[in-house]
Design a protein around this ligand. Structure first.
Ligand code: FES
Length: 247
């Protein structure tokens, strides 16, 4: 875990809801993998009652990191940002992976986006389901090989049973207001679609508030079945939902 400074080189708009910050930065470039994130604060630092923001990288080039942010926040080229990272562990994919289902349920798919080109580049099929509020996310910038489906607020989409049966692993992001409650709802839906949910099949991608990012404050603790709770900042963000105490 280290802190570094990055400069916003340019800003690109995806639509009115999403923008991308292209950060010139020297650190982290070779280490970032899908699942990693940062704790960020704009500089120069002034007294600020709020915690650092949780920023998700969506792409990396030899000299820059691309971060996706809500379109409603104003940024300017030349602004400097302090980044603490890398937070979290990379997503744990199965070795025999052929098909992956990514689901953004009433939230931005941003934590899942970096994995799409990485998986496709390894010959793995990717389907991205945008449900409810996630429909605001534009998709024209995504690799054309990725299949994009739209679902309603109850996670219904065409050929749902087939898509779920075909997936070797599923990664789901939900709205942050009540993650355990939303994941419990997701679990119930998938339990109705499959007789059994095996281990390392259905992962929740958690995005709790993270004051420290290093396992010191325990604010990001998630209850597990039959074992000690886990900390999302050090063990997450993706947690196998078969291990999470959802009820
Ligand atoms: S954010 Fe402090 S322990 Fe995870």
């Amino acid at each position: 875990m280290k802190e570094t400074q990055a400069v916003i080189e340019r800003i690109t708009r995806l639509n009115e809801y999403y923008q991308r910050l292209h950060l010139a930065v020297e650190d982290f470039i070779t280490e970032i993998k899908p699942g990693h994130s940062f704790l960020a604060r704009m500089l120069p630092e002034r007294w600020d009652p709020y915690l650092r923001e949780h920023w998700w990288p969506v792409a990396v080039s030899p000299n820059s990191i691309v971060i996706e942010r809500p379109g409603s926040i104003r940024y300017e080229p030349g602004q400097i940002v302090s980044l603490i990272g890398l937070v979290g562990e990379p997503f744990r994919y199965k070795r025999t992976l052929r098909n992956v289902l990514l689901v953004a349920y009433d939230t931005a798919p941003t934590p899942l986006v970096m994995s799409i080109p990485a998986l496709i580049g390894n010959g793995i099929s990717v389907t991205l389901v945008l449900a409810g509020e996630a429909a605001q996310y534009p998709t024209s910038h995504l690799p054309p090989e990725a299949e994009v489906l739209h679902a309603d607020t109850e996670l219904n989409w065409p050929n749902r049973v087939m898509t779920v049966g075909w997936a070797d692993q599923i990664f789901v992001a939900v709205k942050a207001d009540d993650e355990l409650g939303h994941f419990a709802h997701v679990w119930k839906i998938f339990r109705e679609l499959r007789a059994e949910i095996p281990k390392t099949y259905l992962f929740g991608v958690f995005q709790p508030i993270q004051p420290c990012g290093v396992g010191a404050c325990h604010a990001c603790m998630i209850p597990l079945r039959g074992s000690e709770p886990c900390l999302i900042c050090t063990d997450g963000p993706a947690v196998d939902l078969t291990t999470v105490k959802l009820d």
